[in-house]
Design a protein around this ligand. Structure first.
Ligand SMILES: [Cu+2]
Length: 155
């Protein structure tokens, strides 16, 4: 990664004029895109289930680390940040109070790893439904995503 960045800087520092199609220095991210969320989805669960997990990719476009401290959804009483981990040979879920996303960094919430646990769902999740999820960051920054209910196989 650092080697790649170094190479890019070296190219930009060349005195020769680059081809007109070369992109200029990346513009600063617009205010609304300090944090971007891509591919948000919620796992489809049986109608009787009161919990499910949400996954997404969170990108921090800012020059400072951002800390995810929680999340909320109108469809669930409570949303917690969880991680899966091996304990005595068993996969277990544990609540994580916060996750730091480095400056310009990416955080992947994916099956088998970090996820958002939707607890006490208000209504059964149906395939294709959408669920609004708001991420809460330290300092008051919030970002909302619309996650689609999908099966693990169908995403
Ligand atoms: Cu969980």
């Amino acid at each position: 990664m650092n080697a790649l960045v170094g190479a890019c800087i070296a190219v930009l520092a060349l005195p020769v004029r680059l081809d007109a199609h070369a992109a200029p220095a990346a513009p600063a991210a617009p205010a609304a895109k300090l944090i971007s969320i891509t591919m948000p989805w919620v796992a489809a669960v049986p109608p009787s289930a009161r919990v499910s997990a949400a996954y997404m990719k969170i990108e921090n476009h800012t020059r400072e680390a951002r800390t995810l401290v929680g999340a909320s959804s109108p469809g669930a009483r409570l949303v917690e940040i969880h991680e899966m981990k091996m304990e005595h040979g068993m996969m277990k879920m544990a609540r994580v109070p916060r996750v730091v996303i480095p400056a310009q960094g990416v955080l992947e919430l994916e099956p088998g790893g970090l996820h958002l646990m939707l607890i006490d769902l208000e209504a059964p999740l149906r395939l294709g439904d959408t669920v609004s999820i708001t991420l809460h960051f330290a300092g008051g920054l919030r970002q909302t995503a619309t996650a689609k209910v999908q099966t693990f196989e169908g995403r």
